[in-house]
Design a protein around this ligand. Structure first.
Ligand code: IPE
Ligand code: IPE
Ligand code: MG
Length: 252
């Protein structure tokens, strides 16, 4: 297991990709890939807690995923609801703080209620922050935050808007930016995930398909992360002069 602590990422974001191909490889319907993929989440949360991760953000459904066949969309919605129903009591036991980011108004009322219940009943927990991104898009997030800023500052022109001003209106407000982004499924793209927040995130792409993702693969990603030098625009000399700055230097 990788050492938790100073060099480990505080915040890991994951694009959980490859469910469909996992199922196709086994001549199973795509939906069974999603069923298997959902089962990976609980042990993953546990592994992250054991490794000192304080924030885990999972991309479950993008604003573009509505373009999929309606049967697949409704399976995904159904699975999300089942996950929430099943996992809330375990989240309570583990002290997990659950939060959803994305435009939830597009979901059926029943699903919106399950989301609200999961958020409310875990809000006072003290453990890992588990954020699920559903009907989420990075472009939506930035546009939404800009509109919110304008509503909150009706007397200011947009030329007054700066990054610190926008930050409290973004959906991940209050959380550190992801240190490490993992994408399974072999593609090397962001697919409209946390565009703003990943400005300086280390990007790790693996061919493993999401339903196969396990603790050993997480450790491979963590070992890779620990070899990165995060310069945030500075020079190697500036950064390496301070060994404690490796892999955890803040943006300030
Ligand atoms: C990720 O797996 C799950 C969602 C996008 C909801 P995919 O369903 O995209 O799997 P592939 O990429 O088709 O294999
Ligand atoms: C990204 O996967 C979204 C999620 C994992 C939820 P996609 O499978 O939708 O991404 P693209 O379309 O291949 O870029
Ligand atoms: Mg995919």
């Amino acid at each position: 297991m990788a050492e938790p602590g100073a060099l480990g990422p505080r915040h890991i974001a994951i694009i959980m990709d490859g469910n469909g191909r996992w199922a196709k490889n086994r001549r199973l319907p795509r939906t069974l890939g999603h069923v298997k993929g959902a089962k990976v989440v609980r042990p993953l949360v546990k592994s992250c807690v054991e490794r000192g991760v304080t924030h885990l953000t999972l991309f479950a459904f993008s604003t573009e995923n509505w373009r999929r066949p309606p049967e697949e969309v409704s399976t995904l919605m159904g699975l999300f609801g089942q996950y929430l129903e099943k996992e809330v009591s375990d989240m309570q036991k583990q002290g997990v703080r659950f939060r959803l980011i994305g435009d939830r108004s597009a979901f059926a009322q029943g699903l919106q209620d399950l989301i609200a219940h999961a958020e409310l009943s875990t809000a006072h927990n003290q453990g890992i922050h588990l954020t699920v991104a559903a009907n989420y898009g990075g472009q939506w997030d930035i546009l939404n935050a800009t509109r919110e800023w304008q509503r909150a500052n009706p007397l200011k022109g947009l030329e007054m808007l700066d990054a610190p001003g926008l930050a409290p209106h973004l959906s991940m407000a209050g959380a550190p930016d992801p240190d490490l982004l993992i994408r399974t499924g072999g593609e090397s793209r962001i697919s409209n995930f946390l565009l703003w927040q990943c400005a300086y995130t280390e990007l790790y792409f693996t061919d493993a398909l999401w339903p196969d993702f396990n603790a050993a693969m997480l450790d491979e990603a963590l070992a890779w992360y620990q070899k990165r030098v995060r310069r945030f625009g500075r020079t190697d000399e500036q950064v390496l002069g301070d060994p404690s700055a490796r892999a955890k230097l803040p943006m300030a």
